[in-house]
Design a protein around this ligand. Structure first.
Ligand SMILES: Cc1cc2nc3c(=O)[nH]c(=O)nc-3n(C[C@H](O)[C@H](O)[C@H](O)COP(=O)(O)OP(=O)(O)OC[C@H]3O[C@@H](n4cnc5c(N)ncnc54)[C@H](O)[C@@H]3O)c2cc1C
Length: 391
């Protein structure tokens, strides 16, 4: 998850810190104890020996945000674009799929639909349309578990999705609405173990001393339990720690369940690669929904679409871990537990399309997460908010 965006969205000041000094009898204590105590964190066991695999994926990033738009494809056919979700495709999927469905219904009354792409965006869109009674076929070169969507974290959080200076208020309003719709849909799935959706406590450990109360953000209500702690004495030396609960989605479980839902509802999936737009014109369906993610750059010539590389390191599962975090250690870092692994990440390299894991990035992740684990175990502290260590 992009830490800067995450911070913008979830940094939780203004919600009232609970620190309160205790007045001791007798001599003044060396430091004032605080009621704002950090919980006992079980530290993650970070070691190269525990690595089970590493994966690299390319997020489909656009500075002006995701595209949902209907247009004429030919005299008989309608094309609906739905792609470009950057680092938040899973997060936004239900909300933007609802937008795509509205765009389609406004543009045509045809009921035979080809959805191009079988990542989270194609599957969610196809499922919504099928549930509306349409005759839907997914065409895709790669199916789960071989899509970028399977590589996603996937922490529910709309980050790395657009650049603030490149979008207008109309886009932001659409985005906030789609995020709300999507988070609500995931909440319902969290009740059902088939989907791999679950709530987790999340912390953002920040080295920056807050300059004042935090401005409320439009998506705050989607992060229940949001609070900011600002007592470095009790929070391992971090001047600011934001805590909230977040929905987590395990993409391997989730995408398998979406595929099953789609096929059980009567949808069809066909493996096919399209080289050019005219290949697509030969499909029988009168409506085509383009959910090809980064593939839309070549297939439909969108120069704005850029790869944002991300590398994850999976460690052996550690069932006692019951929290996630983001932090800054010479770059973004995040950690969260799944049933099948402990996931370490934090790479956001724009315009890099190399899908081999980098040894340098692995070392950065392991060193940084090991340092954080030592802090959470009380073995080291952040000093003066600058990330230097004391034994
Ligand atoms: C390391 C990493 C961490 C991430 N973390 C998160 C996170 O925490 N939360 C979150 O919400 N998101 C996260 N993401 C982002 C998320 O993975 C993407 O936004 C999402 O996968 C985009 O989904 P998609 O369906 O558009 O694309 P994809 O999953 O790439 O699916 C595209 C589909 O189109 C098909 N296709 C493409 N071109 C063609 C063609 N020419 N012919 C036929 N088929 C074609 C492909 O085969 C595939 O089936 C992360 C991504 C990475 C890499």
């Amino acid at each position: 998850m992009d830490r800067r965006s995450a911070l913008k969205l979830i940094t939780g000041a203004g919600l009232g810190m609970v620190a309160a000094p205790l007045i001791g009898a007798g001599a003044a204590p060396a430091r004032t104890p605080s009621l704002d105590q950090a919980p006992n964190f079980v530290p993650a066991d970070i070691s190269p020996r525990r690595i089970i695999r590493q994966v690299v994926g390319l997020r489909p990033f656009r500075e002006t945000g995701y595209v949902v738009r209907a247009e004429r494809f030919s005299r008989r056919k309608t094309l609906v674009h739905h792609y470009g979700h950057g680092g938040a495709g899973v997060t936004m999927s239900w909300g933007t799929a609802a937008e795509a469905e509205r765009a389609l219904l406004a543009a045509t009354d045809a009921t035979s639909v080809a959805v191009l792409g079988c990542g989270v965006i194609g599957l969610t869109t196809a499922l919504l349309l099928r549930r509306r009674g349409m005759n839907v076929t997914i065409y895709a070169e790669a199916l789960p578990p071989h899509t970028t969507s399977n590589i996603a974290g996937a922490v529910w959080g709309p980050s790395s999705l657009y650049r603030r200076q490149s979008v207008d208020e109309a886009f932001l309003a659409r985005f906030v609405d789609a995020a709300r719709v999507s988070q609500r849909a995931f909440q319902h799935l969290a009740n059902d173990p088939r989907y791999g959706v679950y709530w987790l406590r999340q912390y953002d450990f920040s080295l920056r001393t807050p300059g004042g109360p935090r401005e409320p953000q439009p998506l705050d209500h989607l992060y229940p339990g949001l609070i900011r702690h600002t007592d470095p004495q009790t929070w391992f030396g971090y001047p600011s720690v934001t805590e909230n609960h977040v929905l987590m989605i395990d993409p391997d479980i989730y995408l398998r369940a979406l595929m099953a839902d789609f096929e059980n509802a009567g949808g069809r999936i066909v493996m096919r690669r399209f080289e050019t737009a005219s290949d697509i014109g030969r499909l029988d369906e009168r409506v085509i929904v383009n959910c090809t993610g980064l593939g839309a750059r070549d297939l439909f010539g969108d120069p704005e679409l850029r790869p944002m590389r991300g590398q994850l390191t999976m460690l052996l599962p550690q069932p006692e871990l019951d929290y996630a975090y983001t932090a800054w250690e010479g770059g973004i870092l995040y950690m969260f537990p799944r049933r099948s692994s402990v996931v370490l990440g934090g790479t956001t390299d724009l315009d890099m399309a190399d899908t081999l894991p980098s040894a340098e990035e692995t070392a950065r992740q392991l060193d940084g997460h090991a340092r954080i684990a030592r802090r959470l175990a009380g073995l080291e502290r952040v000093e003066d908010g600058h990330g230097t260590l004391r034994q």
